[in-house]
Design a protein around this ligand. Structure first.
Ligand code: ADP
Length: 182
């Protein structure tokens, strides 16, 4: 099972990716978490990306794709994975296609949540990149750079929409049944 969870900032992809990956016994791979971990540990990579993340911009594709490529080649990802937050640009889709070869993604779960609710959730979450200005910028970047990916995956016939509002468990059930039906 090679899954991608996609949706606007704050849509709960990370929470759901964690829960669904555990149910399926496959790793949850989050580029955002990998970057945050590097920032926290003060690595060279962390120093490169810290200011970019704080501004709500995307880390350059070259850096992101190299990091992701290494992670996906690890042994625990051979039976599948839940990708969360990658790919986010058209160039990243091309890189992922190349990495996965003929057996591409099986299903792309698209989280749908109203933008007003998202802003409220993110302000409540209080992460370093969750200030109001940064949030606004992340939405703009998402619309411009990531939303077009939905058409690409729609054309491949692998997207399933999931309503991302409600209780966490309820949403997990929706995702799992959407996966069963896809
Ligand atoms: P959210 O989905 O809530 O916006 P993430 O944890 O997925 O948060 O990502 C946090 C930040 O990490 C992004 O705003 C961006 O700066 C960086 N990032 C994560 N994944 C990518 C990616 N695939 N390409 C570029 N930047 C990324």
């Amino acid at each position: 099972m090679r899954l991608l969870f996609i949706g606007p900032p704050g849509a709960g992809k990370g929470t759901q990716a964690d829960l669904v990956a555990e149910r399926l016994g496959i790793p949850h791979i989050s580029t955002g978490e990998m970057f945050r971990d590097n920032v926290a540990r003060g690595t060279e990579l962390g120093r490169q990306v810290e200011a970019i993340m704080a501004a709500g911009e995307y880390v350059p594709d070259e850096i992101t794709c190299a990091m992701l490529g290494e992670r996906v080649r690890e042994g625990d990802a051979s039976e599948g994975f839940v990708l969360d937050g990658f790919p986010r640009t058209i160039a990243q889709v091309a890189a992922l296609d190349e990495l996965l070869g003929d057996e591409g993604l099986d299903t792309v779960v698209v989280f749908e949540v109203d933008e007003e609710e998202l802003i409220e959730r993110m302000l409540a979450r209080g992460r370093a990149d969750d200030t109001e200005d940064t949030i606004r910028n992340r939405f703009a970047v998402y619309r411009e750079q990531t939303q077009p990916l939905l058409d690409v995956f729609d054309e491949r016939g692998i997207t399933v929409p999931v309503d991302g509002t409600g209780e966490i468990e309820e949403i997990t059930d929706r995702v799992v049944s959407a996966l069963g039906a896809s």
